[in-house]
Design a protein around this ligand. Structure first.
Ligand SMILES: Cc1ncc(COP(=O)(O)O)c(C=O)c1O
Length: 415
């Protein structure tokens, strides 16, 4: 299938914040893996919601309450369709982190105990690491960590050996936020399911940048954040197999998640509402619909191809220099990020000088301290791409890096 090339320079115009001048320079926003910028259509959708439909959901009998409820439930259907899932399994949460904690607390904790094992990987974000350590500490189960090789990929042999009894759950990222590694979730799921192992996927970096089809991946739980996919902060989703969600106790108690409350006991609302206690982020849901509209209009295959092109270009003009140590798979196999260190310069200093040149990158451990430990560094610089980035952003960063070299006395060129 041929993929239509997207016109990033034109799309850039849809994102008002990208017209901001930063420190006297055009803004090269290369931090979309942390959070993406938002197109005007998303901003408008949020304001329109407050202007025309604001009311609480699932409670009122009046017209506005009906509008708000319809909108919120439309967001569920649209979100499900965007990732090829059944809407009955879409639970709205604040973000990926909350989604993964929901699975850890409501699915894993009641089921696991001494003698059971959870498997995570060394490339996990703390969001998909810490909740499982907490389950281990609360239940007495084991936690095994699959190492990452120097090629930025999971150790396949170790993983295969761990996907056996007594492992009960595998928690794994679809795409690494530091390395850009894309894990083959469909294959991992097949291997895990042969042994009755449940698979929980952190999709935070995958959903914004590639077509995701949960029907094909066959994972049991899959979490992602609206704010990384052009939507607002405060809304995300965890999809769970409806029959598993049915079997789980609620995560939080309160309004909306109940069927009947008496002084003695409470019965739960139907799935997925059982997991949505309290007033949800309704305005966020309106913004999320607009973000999905935008991404669908551009087309996820085009987004993926564009980011692959920019990643290759960045590897070529920045990553190939002799004083750069790059982390992660080669460009063709890495998705949307360039992680590196510049010889003799602390990543925070690199980030600070790049900022002076209008280039926004992230410098730090990227909430992946176990991975930093494996890489033998305290931090890296990370540039990450989205559909509104162009080669001009990469060129601006390459020039800014030359400035860093001059400031720190290196003087080398970025070729
Ligand atoms: C791979 C990965 N997982 C989880 C998260 C956490 O996302 P959030 O802060 O939206 O919960 C991030 C955010 O950077 C991420 O990159």
């Amino acid at each position: 299938m041929s993929v239509t090339a997207l016109d990033a320079a034109r799309l850039r115009g849809d994102f008002p914040i990208l017209a901001e001048e930063v420190n006297g320079h055009r803004l090269a926003y290369l931090d979309s893996a942390a959070t993406s910028q938002k197109p005007q259509a998303v901003l408008d959708a949020i304001v329109d919601y407050y202007r025309t439909a604001n009311a609480n959901v699932h409670r009122g009998v009046h017209a506005l309450a009906e509008r708000a409820t319809d909108l919120f439930e439309e967001a569920r259907v649209r979100t499900a369709a965007f990732v090829g899932a059944d809407p009955a399994g879409v639970v709205f949460v604040r973000n990926t982190t909350e989604g993964l904690n929901l699975v850890a607390r409501a699915f894993a904790e009641p089921r696991l105990g001494p003698g059971d094992r959870i498997v995570v990987t060394e490339m996990e974000h703390h969001s998909n690491f810490v909740p499982w350590q907490m389950v281990r500490d609360r239940t007495g189960c084991d936690l095994a960590v699959v190492p990452v090789g120097t090629d930025g990929r999971l150790d396949g042999d170790r993983l295969e050996r761990l996907l056996t009894r007594p492992t009960r759950l595998l928690a794994v990222a679809h795409v690494s936020n530091v390395l850009g590694t894309i894990n083959d979730i469909a294959t991992l799921t097949r291997m895990a399911h042969r042994e009755g192992i449940v698979v929980c996927v952190d999709g935070a970096q995958a959903v914004p940048r590639m077509p995701v089809d949960l029907g094909q991946l066959d994972a049991d739980f899959y979490a992602f954040s609206g704010h990384k996919m052009l939507g607002p902060t405060g809304i995300g989703a965890v999809w769970g197999r409806p029959e598993l969600l049915e079997s789980m106790p609620p995560f939080l108690g309160g309004g909306n998640m109940i069927e009947v409350v008496t002084p003695e006991r409470t019965t739960w609302n139907a799935v997925p509402h059982k997991f949505e206690a309290g007033t949800p982020d309704i305005a966020g849901a309106a913004g999320l619909i607009a973000a999905i509209d935008y991404l669908e209009q551009v087309g996820m295959p085009s987004v993926q191809a564009h980011e692959a092109m920019l990643t290759s270009y960045a590897h070529e003009v920045i990553g190939a220099a002799a004083d750069i140590t790059r982390y992660g798979p080669s460009a063709g196999d890495a998705s949307g990020v360039l992680s590196f260190n510049l010889a003799g310069v602390h990543p925070h200093d690199v980030g600070t000088i790049l900022d002076r040149e209008g280039v926004a990158v992230r410098a730090g451990h990227h909430c992946c301290q176990p991975l930093m430990h494996r890489l033998g560094v305290a931090a890296t610089v990370r540039a990450s791409f989205a559909l509104y980035n162009t080669a001009a952003d990469v060129d601006q960063m390459a020039r800014a890096l030359d400035r860093v070299r001059r400031v720190f006395g290196g003087g080398g060129a970025s070729g």
